[in-house]
Structure formats: structure tokens, C-alpha cells
Design a protein around this ligand. Structure first.
Ligand code: BYC
Length: 343
């Protein structure tokens, strides 16, 4: 199937201002491919704007996975049992893995990992707003798994069918792991909400604090979503921010009821006509403030990531020197073979 799409070459990677006939033909075939749900692969021709949008979304997604390790890692040394600690360690390691698959998927579009990390640390690239909130109690680990990973699954399952092959394939495994994460979070909430009154209060407090930021994870309302319309035309996004947010509310309210917890929204009610929940107004000022860098933990998150990057400098340098040494050695062995006319 993929061979039906035109392949990119050096000329087509940067779009000319006035598309010529060849450019227009590539554009038409690209659009026909998208309409027919044929995956776009790294060497296929693609418009520059499609490439840039994917780099933006995939790299920001990768950054979210990496920064997203921090709030939960805060509880690894304080998990209430050895079993809980092992599960949490595995979950946080999974998030690191997700970051790596996603950085690799973004690299297929022609951006380097170094550049992506620089963009994160300089504040040019965003990461999910949700990871700028603090984890104050053990119940927050449960709430993150249940709500944050729950929201992530709803957002990410459609991405398994998105138009860019490497992103879609990375998402398949990520979603399987997110599903385990969501269950472990819900199970922590089940234990706490059926425990002592203090434990139940702790679970309620975590739900109170994480509910609204979880709804914000889906992005601004459709009317204010600058990228949605184009991303949907390109098959990068299959559903709008508001559609996925509604799906999350509809799915999660009954889970809260099962736990015996109250969703902190006085306007939440079932709308029989729509067959969906109506819910209260989201504080978009808070969202905008958090993504501008002024959330409760933005500075701390960037401080920790910057420190980790600086601490790893010696290792990156060692890898580069090792690679240079290998390349030199290979050159040394390749030259005499070439001189002998070896293939
Ligand atoms: N936080 O036009 P819009 C995880 C930005 S990791 C911050 O609707 P788009 C997990 C948006 O980037 C979860 N920024 O954008 C990890 C844009 O700004 P730029 C991460 C946000 O891209 C560890 C502007 O607002 N998931 O689950 O069409 C442990 C306008 O928005 C946010 C993904 O990354 C936000 N919440 O739609 C546990 C999924 N929302 O870039 C769990 C992949 C919006 O133009 N990404 N912005 O400067 C997506 O699906 C889409 O990028 C979004 C936004 C729905 C997030």
C-alpha cells in the first residue's frame, strides 16, 4: 500500500512557495492517501505543515510522558507497601518508555532528539498541563492512574488510527500500557474509598483536586482550538477536544459513583435527551495560566528536567566519543577492502 504514495526526496522536503505541477501532483496523491486511510510513512512525500504539526504534537506528547514521571516518582520511596512500590516503579518506567517511542517517532520526521530536548528546556515546546500539579498524598497516585491515565487512553486510542504510521504504531503499545496504569490507579482508589473514613476522605480530596485539571488535558474548547480543524482534515486527530472530554466525563462519573465518591461539580447532571452528562464550566483562565508556565509546579518540573539533562552530559559525550571511535575503526577497515576492489 505504502508504495502507492510518492516518496520524499531532498527537493520535496521544503515546499516551494509556488507549487509547480509536480508539487501539485504530490499534494493530490497525499490527500487521496489520507482520504483512503493509507498510512503516511517517513519517506512518503508530505506537506511541510503536516510534518511540522506532527513534530509539534508528537514531541509535546513525548515531553508529557517524560515530565509525567515526576509527580508519581515523588511517591516511589513512600509507597505504602513493597508491592505498591514495585507497581509504581513499573508504571513510571513505562512512562519513560513511552517518551522514548515517541521521540523516535518524531525523529522519523527529521528533527533530532537533542533539538526536541532543547525546545522543552527552553520553554518553546509545551507538555501536558496536568503535570504541573503537585502530588500531595498517596491517593494522588491513585487519582493520576484513574483519571489522568483514563483521560490519556480516551485521547490516545484514536491516535492508534491516525494517519502517520510511526505515531499510530507507537500508540498501540502505549495504549495497552496505559490501560494497566488506569486499572492500578482505580484499584488504589477502591482500596482507599472502602477503607477507614480518613482514607476515604483522602480519596475524595484527590478527586476534588484532579478532576478539573483532568478535563483540561483534552485541550481548549473546540471553538478556541487553533490546530484541531486542520489536524482533523489530515487524520492526525480523529475526534475534537470537546468530543473526547465529553466521552471522559460520561465514562468516569459512574466509576466515581461505584467508588462512593462525589465528582466536584455542582452542575453535573445526566441529560436524558442528549444521552450524555451536562457538566459545569471549566476555568480556562487556570488552564491558560498553567500552559504559560505559571502552574503550581511548572518551575520545579523544568528545574528537575534541566538538572537531569545536565547530569547526563558526561554520558552523552562518552557515547559520542565511542561512536566516533567506532566510525574511525570502521573507516580504517573499510579503506583497504575498497582499495582491493572489495564490494
Ligand atoms: N496541556 O489547538 P489545540 C500521559 C496546547 S501524557 C498543554 O487544541 P492540538 C501520561 C496545544 O499544544 C498525555 N498544552 O492543540 C504521561 C496548542 O499549543 P501549540 C499527553 C495544551 O495539538 C505520564 C494550544 O494549546 N497526551 O497521558 O490540536 C503519566 C491549542 O490547543 C494542552 C498527548 O500529548 C494541554 N492539556 O490538541 C501519566 C496526546 N492542550 O502546540 C499519563 C497527544 C492543548 O500550538 N496530543 N494545549 O503551541 C493531542 O492529542 C493534542 O495535541 C491535544 C491538543 C489534544 C493535547
Amino acid at each position: 500500500m505504502q508504495t502507492e504514495l510518492p516518496q520524499a526526496d531532498a527537493r520535496t522536503l521544503s515546499a516551494p512557495t509556488e507549487p509547480g505541477a509536480e508539487e501539485r501532483a504530490f499534494q493530490t496523491r497525499f490527500e487521496t492517501g489520507i482520504a483512503a486511510s493509507i498510512k503516511i510513512e517517513p519517506k512518503d512525500w508530505m506537506p511541510d505543515a503536516y510534518r511540522r504539526t506532527l513534530i509539534r504534537q508528537i514531541s509535546q506528547h513525548a515531553h508529557s510522558e517524560i515530565v509525567g514521571q515526576l509527580p508519581e516518582a515523588n511517591w516511589i520511596t513512600r509507597a505504602p507497601s513493597l508491592k505498591r512500590k514495585a507497581i509504581l516503579l513499573a508504571k513510571v518506567q513505562d512512562e519513560a518508555g513511552h517518551g522514548l517511542y515517541l521521540y523516535s517517532a518524531a525523529e522519523t520526521l527529521g528533527i533530532s532528539r537533542d533539538q526536541m530536548v532543547r525546545d522543552l528546556l527552553s520553554g518553546k515546546a509545551k507538555y501536558s498541563s496536568i503535570f504541573n500539579y503537585p502530588t500531595l498524598t498517596w491517593a494522588d497516585v491513585g487519582a493520576i492512574g484513574w483519571l489522568v491515565d483514563g483521560a490519556a487512553i480516551i485521547n490516545q486510542i484514536p491516535l492508534c488510527r491516525c494517519s502517520y504510521g510511526p505515531y499510530a504504531r507507537a500508540m498501540v503499545r502505549i495504549c495497552k500500557e496505559e490501560s494497566f496504569h488506569q486499572r492500578q490507579g482505580f484499584e488504589i482508589m477502591m482500596v482507599l474509598s472502602s477503607g477507614t473514613p480518613r482514607q476515604k476522605a483522602m480519596a475524595q480530596d484527590a478527586l476534588d483536586r484532579w478532576w478539573w485539571p483532568s478535563l483540561m488535558m483534552f485541550g481548549p474548547p473546540d471553538a478556541e482550538s487553533a490546530n484541531s480543524a486542520q489536524s482533523m482534515r489530515w487524520g492526525i486527530k480523529l475526534f475534537s477536544n470537546d468530543e473526547l472530554r465529553q466521552r471522559f466525563v460520561d465514562q468516569t462519573v459512574s466509576q466515581a459513583e461505584y467508588l462512593g465518591l462525589r465528582v466536584p461539580d455542582p452542575d453535573l447532571r445526566w441529560n436524558g435527551e442528549r444521552g450524555q452528562y451536562d457538566f459545569g464550566a471549566i476555568d480556562w483562565n487556570e488552564f491558560r495560566n498553567v500552559i504559560k508556565g505559571n502552574g503550581p509546579c511548572n518551575r520545579e518540573r523544568m528545574r528537575v528536567r534541566t538538572q537531569a539533562h545536565e547530569d547526563g552530559a558526561w554520558f552523552r559525550e562518552a557515547l559520542e566519543r565511542h561512536a566516533a571511535k567506532l566510525a574511525q575503526r570502521n573507516e580504517g577497515t573499510a579503506a583497504p577492502r575498497a582499495a582491493q576492489g572489495a564490494p
